[in-house]
Ligand binder design. Structure first.
Ligand SMILES: Cc1cc2nc3c(=O)[nH]c(=O)nc-3n(C[C@H](O)[C@H](O)[C@H](O)COP(=O)(O)O)c2cc1C
Length: 128
């Protein structure tokens, strides 16, 4: 799972670096990607952020995520320096949507790689 905040029109520097460095490994790994950022959940804002995330993924075309999601971001001006501390405070996180997505991902991974009920204590993984 790769999650990244979006900043200044791009995925976070660390996420871009990780994709660049590990794209070969990620190309053969089931990976889910999410980005956080839009100030509101209005279609225009979310689409803009989604395009920013897509641009980062487009640089590593061999990585084909199982799913890509964009969630609303949170902005606390008091934690920013000038001039970003002049931006309006906002919190567009939709916890229900985030939890639903996380649950879906867990199910998706489980279906691909089920852990049998009696193997959890030893931590072993059963591949059926
Ligand atoms: C200076 C600045 C630039 C930002 N640029 C974008 C952006 O281009 N696209 C976007 O979707 N969100 C943008 N955001 C919103 C952040 O992605 C959002 O606040 C996110 O929740 C930050 O997560 P973090 O506090 O974990 O870093 C920006 C926020 C700041 C403070």
């Amino acid at each position: 799972m790769l999650g990244t905040a979006l900043y200044m029109g791009r995925a976070h520097h660390d996420a871009r670096r990780l994709l660049k460095r590990f794209h070969r490994a990620l190309a053969t790994t089931p990976v889910a990607v999410f980005g956080m950022g839009p100030r509101t959940l209005e279609e225009r804002d979310v689409t803009g952020s989604r395009n920013q995330l897509r641009a980062a993924l487009a640089k590593v075309p061999d990585v084909e995520p199982l799913t890509v999601a964009v969630f609303g971001g949170v902005l606390r001006p008091a934690e920013q320096c000038f001039p970003f501390n002049r931006m309006p405070e906002s919190d567009a996180r939709d916890w229900e949507a985030i939890r639903a997505w996380a649950k879906k991902i867990a199910e998706m991974y489980y279906e691909r790689n089920p852990v049998s009920a009696d193997s959890t204590s030893s931590g072993s993984v059963a591949r059926l």
